[in-house]
Design a protein around this ligand. Structure first.
Ligand code: FMN
Length: 170
């Protein structure tokens, strides 16, 4: 899909069909995440593919919304801050890297007709325990992944005039 159409077409899907995702499509989504840029190319992240079948209760403890477990798969991006690039002033880029990975996957999914919804409001403690994460791993973002059972609504965004500044913060 043309890139401008793709970014317009992508929306947060909050209702999913239970239909299976073809292996090639899942792989294409994961590949888009793998190829995402990361600071200093550290690639300090892991993508977890969480199969919802038989795991709904465990996943719903992480994020309590019926639609979270409607599709066959939930993806999680987990960062490894100890391996991430750190700027001279101490800023660790692990969250930024993980966000880019998730965004690549979300756009790749939209290109394949798959729905996603970025989930930030999950329970990080439940994520750590229910997914058996090691101490150094930080869950950053989740998304269900599956065929949409809803329709997009009109995008509500600020105008470019509200969002863009040229040369100086006036
Ligand atoms: C970092 C981030 C966290 C988000 N967390 C949640 C969430 O926990 N639950 C949810 O339903 N939507 C969540 N969203 C989706 C936003 O509400 C949605 O992207 C925004 O309203 C714009 O709508 P659109 O994605 O349909 O264009 C999140 C989006 C981002 C980027």
């Amino acid at each position: 899909m043309d890139f401008q159409k793709l970014v317009l077409h992508r929306y947060s899907t909050r209702s999913y069909k239970p239909d299976e995702i073809p292996a090639e499509s899942l792989n294409a989504v994961l590949e888009a995440g793998r190829l995402a840029p990361t600071a200093a190319n550290r690639q300090a992240f892991r993508i977890m593919v969480l199969r919802t079948k038989g795991a709904a209760d465990r996943l719903l403890e992480i994020y309590r919304a019926e639609w979270f477990v409607q599709p066959p798969v939930v993806l999680a991006v987990v960062s490894l801050p100890r391996e991430s690039w750190v700027r001279r002033d101490g800023k660790n880029y692990s969250d930024v890297d993980a966000a880019i990975v998730m965004d690549h996957m979300i756009l790749a999914a939209a290109d394949l007709g798959l729905g996603t919804c970025w989930i930030g409001a999950f329970d990080p403690d439940k994520a750590k325990t229910n997914l058996s994460l090691p101490d150094e791993a930080v869950p950053v973002a989740f998304t269900p992944l599956g065929y949409p059972a809803d329709e997009p609504t009109a995008k509500k965004r600020k105008s470019l005039d509200d969002l863009v500044l040229y040369d100086r913060w006036k």
